[in-house]
Design a protein around this ligand. Structure first.
Ligand code: ADE
Length: 299
């Protein structure tokens, strides 16, 4: 899988060379490149943001800079956004931006990507491996739908992911709109109901959730099969214990020492159901009844 990340802090992603992510890169399973958005600026200050049109606090990331960057990384023909002469600060009137300029025939850099299928219809988990041969453009955004294990599973089958990290008050809304209009599969995701300083942490979270699901990424693939949030009947995981059987006067549940796999499985399933009902009743409400068996109904 090819992964491009665009950020004003590309150094942030040096940690991707560590641990399992680093190993996956060494094995050739992943190719991660972090790009500096400022490399696509043309003014002396390398500015990437401007004041919000309509007023308000903070700064908004400019569409022209993102446009040039994303056109290049997606292999799309470059648009004719006006480029100020080198050394002259960019005109900061965002009202005049024309992000839907027609394609400049004279400035066609490279071949267009295949037009991808829209991702709006959410595919069944079993169909997911067939999807996503075209690039997926992902923007972390606290005002977007929540990123879930289902999204991670789907995206783990992609060939090319391109993440755009916003900063400040976010990015100009025309950026995702424009790339959608060009047939690109654009996703915006929040990683939780809180606001971070920028998208970098959110991208790291999503990347880890996605890449660990890629075939060949985990040493022991069984370890991802029974995890929380996996599958149609997603439940929180039961508690785990290791040896010794008693630690500081606290014993592991007897049934786990019984050697009776049927009883152990039943105990774990009951615990998963009870914990989920207590901690995440929303997951119980969303359970597909087909994912329950008769014994579950007694729990
Ligand atoms: N950027 C800032 N906060 C975020 C969040 N909660 N999720 C995704 N991107 C963000």
């Amino acid at each position: 899988m090819k992964i491009d990340i665009v950020s004003v802090f590309p150094e942030y992603f040096e940690v991707m060379n560590l641990s399992l992510m680093g190993k996956a890169q060494a094995k050739g399973l992943l190719e991660i490149k972090a790009h500096n958005l400022r490399d696509w600026t043309h003014d002396v200050h390398h500015s990437v943001d401007d004041t919000p049109v309509g007023g308000g606090a903070g700064m908004v990331m400019k569409p022209e800079v993102w446009g040039e960057c994303l056109d290049e990384l997606l292999g799309l023909s470059q648009q004719s956004d006006s480029v100020p002469a080198p050394g002259i600060a960019a005109d900061s009137d965002a009202d005049t931006n024309q992000s839907d300029d027609p394609v400049s025939a004279a400035n066609t850099q490279s071949a267009s990507v295949n037009v991808p299928v829209s991702s709006d219809g959410s595919p069944a988990e079993s169909d997911m491996s067939a999807q996503l041969s075209a690039p997926v453009l992902i923007f972390p955004n606290p005002s977007a739908p929540l990123f879930t294990q289902r999204d991670a599973t789907e995206l783990s089958h992609a060939k090319h992911l391109l993440f755009g990290c916003g900063r400040y008050e976010g990015y100009d809304a025309r950026i995702p709109d424009y790339y959608r209009s060009q047939g690109i599969d654009v996703r915006e995701y929040s990683i939780g109901d809180y606001v971070l300083n920028g998208g970098e942490v959110a991208v790291s979270v999503m990347l880890e959730a996605i890449t660990r699901l890629m075939p060949g990424f985990m040493g022991n693939p069984d370890s991802i099969v029974e995890e929380s949030y996996t599958g149609e009947g997603a439940l929180l995981e039961h508690h785990q214990y290791t040896k010794p059987a008693v630690w500081r006067d606290i014993a592991v549940p007897n049934v786990l020492l019984s050697g009776d796999h049927g009883k152990v499985n039943r105990y774990r399933r009951d615990e998963a159901l009870a914990r989920t009902a207590e901690i995440r009743p929303d997951l119980i409400a969303a359970l597909d009844c087909k994912a329950l068996d008769k014994a579950d109904r007694k729990t």
